[in-house]
Design a protein around this ligand. Structure first.
Ligand SMILES: Nc1ncnc2c1ncn2[C@@H]1O[C@H](COP(=O)(O)OP(=O)(O)OP(=O)(O)O)[C@@H](O)[C@H]1O
Length: 340
């Protein structure tokens, strides 16, 4: 649905150049929620704005719904853009218009006849649960309600794609949860493809099917969330499941185990302990529901150095777990890092 290849965007001015996006490849599959996570200045907004050509990329391809956007001009580009809705952190509502008036605005711009407009506005307000507030002005409603207006307005042109620029960053946790739930619901009900940018791990955890971590204009990791979580060394996994700092003790093996989906149902720690008559020490761990799947990380200490635990580590891997040995350097070739 969204295919970006080798995207580059450089800002130039006052003798200074900033490469905001530096060769990003991104594929967002139709019907999925894709999150780009990164700190301030990583280039997330620029990337998002290149998807609907609010910024023109210097290099690279941006294909949305089969159309190469930078190649389009005039009316063709305008029509292609109507298929891409966008919501913003600060909502961007017109203070002088009512809630209904704000939602009607893009319909007016699109030239939808007045008679049709009222019905469509009512439909959109119903979709976001704001029917009762149709006559209120933005100053009279809460932040969460304002974002609902923003979402209704973004959906006016029946877009197939919704871009979300830190849509929940200005909201409290409870309101954030309700807006994320609404986005998930719209994604499922309308088959809406959502590309969102955020600096909040929690957003990725709650609604993203796939995600990328962006730093200094580049993706450092990218893929389906359960896959990223199971990847040893994943920044996303570390962020979602922070484990206490632990130093390997002499004569022990310190292992971090990540499990997703079905593997969670197996009592693998007790199975390991029983099979090898081991005293397994659990140093830390977290289990969460991500994308509807139970996933988690555990930090385990096994007696004996990694070399003597080759069979035990193989047992964990064969149980479908991603296994990372923290003191792997003590092991020789017998103990391979999980290649995933
Ligand atoms: N219009 C602009 N002109 C010049 N430089 C810009 C412009 N917009 C962004 N930049 C620079 O490009 C880099 C990436 O900015 P961008 O806003 O895309 O990052 P971000 O990850 O979205 O961060 P934030 O969440 O703070 O907006 C930053 O160094 C920023 O200063």
């Amino acid at each position: 649905m969204i295919q970006i290849e080798k995207l580059r965007k450089v800002y130039r001015g006052r003798g200074r150049e900033v490469t905001a996006v530096d060769g990003v490849d991104l594929t967002v599959v139709e019907g999925e929620v894709f999150g780009v996570l990164g700190r301030s200045g990583a280039g997330k907004s620029t990337l998002l704005r290149c998807v609907n050509l609010l910024e023109r990329p210097d290099e690279g391809r941006v294909v949305v719904g089969g159309r190469d956007l930078p190649a389009l001009r005039g009316g063709e580009l305008r029509r292609a853009r109507q298929g891409i809705g966008m919501i913003h952190q600060h909502f961007g509502l017109l203070g002088s218009r009512t809630v209904a008036g704000n939602v009607a605005f893009p319909l007016e711009v699109m030239g939808v006849p007045r008679a049709e407009r009222a019905g469509r506005v009512a439909e959109l307000l119903d979709l976001v649960g704001l029917t009762e507030h149709a006559r209120a002005h933005p100053a009279q409603i809460s932040g969460g309600q304002k974002q609902r207006v923003g979402i209704a307005r973004a959906l006016a042109g029946r877009p197939k794609v919704l871009l979300s620029d830190e849509a929940t960053s200005a909201l409290d946790p409870e309101t954030t949860a309700s807006i994320l739930e609404l986005l998930r619901d719209l994604n499922r009900r309308l088959g809406l493809t959502i590309l969102l940018i955020t600096h909040e791990m929690d957003v990725v955890k709650r609604i993203c099917d796939s995600a990328a971590v962006m730093r200094e204009g580049r993706f450092t990791e990218s893929g389906p969330v359960p896959e990223l979580l199971a990847r040893p060394g994943s920044e996303l996994a570390r962020g979602l499941f922070p484990l206490p700092p632990a130093e390997p003790r002499e004569g022990t093996t310190l292992v971090e185990v990540t499990f997703t989906g079905g593997a969670t149902d197996e009592p693998f720690v007790s199975a390991l302990a029983r099979k090898y008559a081991l005293d397994v020490n659990i140093l830390g761990g977290a289990v969460e529901t991500v994308g509807g799947e139970r996933v988690g990380r555990l930090q385990l200490e096994l007696p004996g150095d990694p070399r003597t635990n080759a069979a035990q580590l193989a047992f964990l891997r064969e149980s479908g777990l991603a296994v990372q040995v923290r003191n792997a350097e003590q092991a020789d070739d017998l103990v391979q890092e999980d290649p995933r």
